[in-house]
Design a binder for this molecule. Structure first.
Ligand SMILES: [Zn+2]
Ligand SMILES: [Zn+2]
Length: 260
């Protein structure tokens, strides 16, 4: 895997046979969102140490439960779960809470003295270094729960991943003002005749997406689309073709790579 690439472990907005939910692999140890780790990575999931979350919805966090459970006896490193303070709070209260699933932040690993899970909070618009050349910056998005997208940069070239959002205003301003961003991964969950559902659940349709993208002032951006609900895939793909204008969007599938 090249350093300036991201592997799509799960490209879709919900789980179905043959369709994984949202997860992006940045390197052997680090992912954004944990919708589809085990199926995509198999034994290599053992090496995941850092999960950066966009928000607390199940399709983005579900494999946290299984990655830690399945490889508990083999792991020797803590699994770091990193996200906005409200996202971390939601996981502690509603997910790994000793009711839905064990609170692994209290349990040491069998193989070493370290704790199984550790939480870290991050803050919007602050740049976090993964290593000398690589940064991750959370940016505000617009969803039904507190949420963020991420700008991922390697050697000053980057991609912005929106994750779930309704408004693209902040995202488009960010891309217009940061010429180092070369690619945009944007969600499109529902077909355009489901606009009411998209509005209340704060997601996009092809019509809304390409309306919003009219404010993008850059013509050098590679546009990727993810988080399609698999049951709408055919209809959404046809609509993207109808609404795309001059854009040449690439619809992501599980296993694809983004290079930038
Ligand atoms: Zn989602
Ligand atoms: Zn969501």
């Amino acid at each position: 895997m090249y350093k300036n690439s991201i592997k799509i472990l799960g490209a879709y907005g919900t789980k179905a046979k043959g369709f994984g939910t949202t997860s992006f692999m940045l390197n052997r140890h680090t992912v954004i969102d944990a919708g589809n780790l085990l199926d995509a990575l198999a034994e290599d999931s053992l090496h995941i140490e850092n999960i950066y979350l966009t928000h607390s919805h199940l399709d983005h966090i579900s494999d946290i439960a299984y990655i830690i459970d399945n490889y508990f006896c083999k792991r020797s490193k803590t699994l770091n779960i990193i996200g906005l303070p409200q996202t971390i709070q939601a996981l502690k209260e509603h997910f790994l809470n000793d009711i839905i699933w064990p609170d692994f932040s209290k349990i040491p690993l069998e193989n070493s003295d370290v704790i199984a899970v550790k939480y870290s909070e991050l803050y919007l618009n602050e740049e976090y270094h993964l290593d000398k050349q690589t940064t991750l910056t959370p940016v505000r998005t617009d969803h039904t729960v507190p949420s963020c997208g991420y700008i991922y940069k390697v050697n000053n070239a980057g991609v912005l991943i929106t994750a779930d959002t309704f408004s693209l205003e902040n995202i488009i301003n960010t891309v217009n003002n940061d010429m180092q961003i070369k690619s945009l991964v944007v969600e499109c969950s529902f077909s355009s005749n489901m606009q009411t559902l998209a509005e209340v659940s704060k997601h996009l349709t092809p019509k809304l997406l390409f309306q919003a993208l009219k404010k993008l002032k850059r013509d050098d951006i590679t546009l990727y689309i993810n988080h399609i609900k698999p049951s709408c895939l055919e209809e959404i793909s046809t609509e993207i073709e109808a609404f795309r204008g001059n854009f040449k969007p690439i619809i992501l599938k599980d296993g694809d790579f983004i290079t930038f």
